[in-house]
Ligand binder design. Structure first.
Ligand code: DQQ
Length: 537
């Protein structure tokens, strides 16, 4: 079926076939980036969870390797669930992971590569001491999972956190260890937030407030802030907060209690981004974040396609020094190696109520940079609409929005996905900028979930509105203001796009402003993502 074939991506990581979810244990070793992932070897739906494994020298082109870990012992019989890698100073690689036992109890396990001088880390062994930890008193057997990368304190003990909950309070348990076999549980939680429910895939790492480089996980000091991230099981959303880590008692406090973990900032406002995980890339001195993007079509469609889920383009993550309140995420620079020809558009005028095709040929694989300048035509009848946000989508007509890009559209505009800004206006002169993606007309298929995704994005008076958009068949990753806000969405166009061509447009549905748009658009090549030659699964 051509439609299902078209939806497979060209430069996003996905397995050859079957189901994938969380990214696991990312690391860099002897010239290779390793990505492990939750994988069902047998079907395009969740189950039989094993660790898939792939390697890359540039985070873009990938070679599939044989599965790294299988659910083949009593302590992970119901699944080799999520976990993280720690690289020790002596070169040892520690892989901590969650086992779901034959009794459906969540436990902590450890595995190691059998041969550290193998750059591919092909063979993994589970330690005979497994399981290392069972849920402690007061923690339910199904609420104890997803160990982080470890960091070392001044007492030379390593720390890890695991996600859990007590009643409806989401929390992170801290364990200390010297040898990764024996652990002591801290009396204090690292942090807890009432009402947020079970915390999955917690992540905890330092960011520099003055430097440009990423920080290895154990770095601390006055010029460092710590990010705590939790994936909320109840709502399936990844939330983070920035705060201070107190190593004396292993607690963390958010800088802004109103933007605590689970109630404030999100890593991605697309609502289908989950279970993200960072790692420190010691080669290029940067911190990189991976996130799992699920399908929004039906399970029946996934079974027909024979695959489900993607990983995002790996993104660098740094502290936003300008706002001082959020992270900035940006596609790793290696994605630029896929660029082919480019087209520039300078100062394209978009009058109120206009839509304009961009003559760039096919628009299924693109790297788009767009800048938008607003010219107020009249302030007459501009009104006060501070709380409408992204509203009902791109068809809204408001004083200062929406305007932006239309991706994965057909010539007749029967299917289309607008990525846009919309500015709220108040009579007292304050305004809020919203960055949005409208999926409501992205597909004629009846069994696809189609949302309007909304985020608020800080914009300074010396800044133009800017966006970068990566288009790859059924996924669109959109970044605003240098990565202050990110929205990932999935699109499943039907006949016209698939059998004609995907097109790109600009639009301005605002009533009181002209838009001047400047764009640079690259066609992107496909990445090479194949089985490692001569290695049979
Ligand atoms: N996925 C894993 C768990 C984790 C969840 C199981 C998050 O370890 O909590 O596949 O998506």
């Amino acid at each position: 079926n051509a439609m299902l074939y078209w939806q497979r991506t060209a430069f996003h990581f996905q397995p050859q076939k079957n189901w994938m979810n969380d990214p696991n244990g990312p690391l860099f070793h002897m010239g290779w980036y390793h990505l492990f992932y939750q994988y069902n070897p047998d079907s395009a739906v969740w189950g039989n969870i094993s660790w898939g494994h792939a390697v890359s020298t540039d985070l873009i082109h990938w070679l599939y390797l044989p599965l790294a870990l299988l659910p083949d012992t009593w302590y992970d019989f119901n699944g080799v669930w999520s976990g993280s890698a720690t690289l020790l100073p002596d070169g040892t690689i520690i892989m901590l992971y969650t086992g779901d036992t034959n009794q459906f109890v969540q436990v902590l396990n450890i595995a190691y590569p059998t041969n550290l001088s193998d750059p591919l880390l092909l063979h993994w062994v589970k330690d005979p001491h497994n399981p290392l930890l069972l849920p402690p008193p007061g923690i339910g057997p199904k609420n104890f999972r997803d160990p982080t990368t470890a960091w070392i304190g001044p007492d030379q003990k390593w720390r890890i956190i695991l996600g859990s909950k007590v009643n409806k309070t989401g929390l992170a348990l801290v364990y200390k260890t010297k040898d990764f076999i024996q652990y002591e549980l801290n009396d204090n939680y690292l942090h807890e937030v009432p009402g947020t429910g079970m915390w999955e895939c917690v992540d905890f790492y330092p960011v520099s407030i003055d430097g440009v480089e990423g920080l290895d996980t154990s770095v601390n000091g006055p010029m460092v802030k710590h990010v705590l991230k939790a994936s909320l099981d109840d709502t399936k959303v990844d939330y983070y907060a920035i705060g201070k880590y107190f190593v004396e008692n292993d607690t963390w406090v958010p800088h802004n209690p109103n933007e605590d973990v689970g109630i404030g900032l999100r890593l991605d406002y697309g609502g289908i981004y989950y279970a993200s995980k960072t790692f420190y890339d010691q080669l290029k001195k940067r911190r990189i974040i991976w996130g799992w993007i699920r399908e929004t079509d039906s399970e029946t469609a996934d079974l027909k396609k024979g695959w489900a889920s993607l990983q995002t383009i790996p993104r660098t993550v740094v502290f936003d020094k300008k706002t001082g309140t959020n992270l900035l995420q940006w596609p790793v620079q290696e994605v630029e190696s896929l660029r082919l020809s480019s087209v520039d558009f300078e100062g394209v005028l978009l009058k109120p109520g206009s839509i304009l095709p961009l003559d760039i040929g096919s628009a299924a694989q693109l790297d788009i940079f767009g800048e938008f300048e607003m010219e107020l035509l009249t302030s007459e009848g501009i009104g006060d609409n501070n709380n409408v946000g992204c509203g009902g989508g791109a068809v809204d007509r408001r004083a200062m929005g929406p305007f932006g890009i239309v991706a994965i559209a057909d010539d007749q505009l029967s299917e289309l996905t607008p990525i846009y800004f919309s500015i709220s206006n108040t009579t007292n002169g304050t305004s809020t900028t919203y960055f949005c993606v409208d999926e409501t007309r992205s597909s004629k298929a009846p069994d696809v979930s189609k949302q309007v995704y909304e985020s608020k994005v800080p914009v300074f008076s010396d800044e133009k509105l800017s966006t970068r958009v990566l288009v790859d068949h059924s996924i669109i990753e959109s970044f605003a203001q240098g990565g202050r806000s990110v929205i990932t969405s999935r699109v499943y166009p039907t006949q016209e796009v698939v059998f004609g061509a995907a097109r790109l447009f600009l639009f301005n549905n605002a009533t009181h402003i002209n838009i001047k748009a400047s764009l640079k658009i690259w066609q992107l090549n496909s990445a090479f993502i194949h089985p490692f030659p001569d290695l049979i699964q």
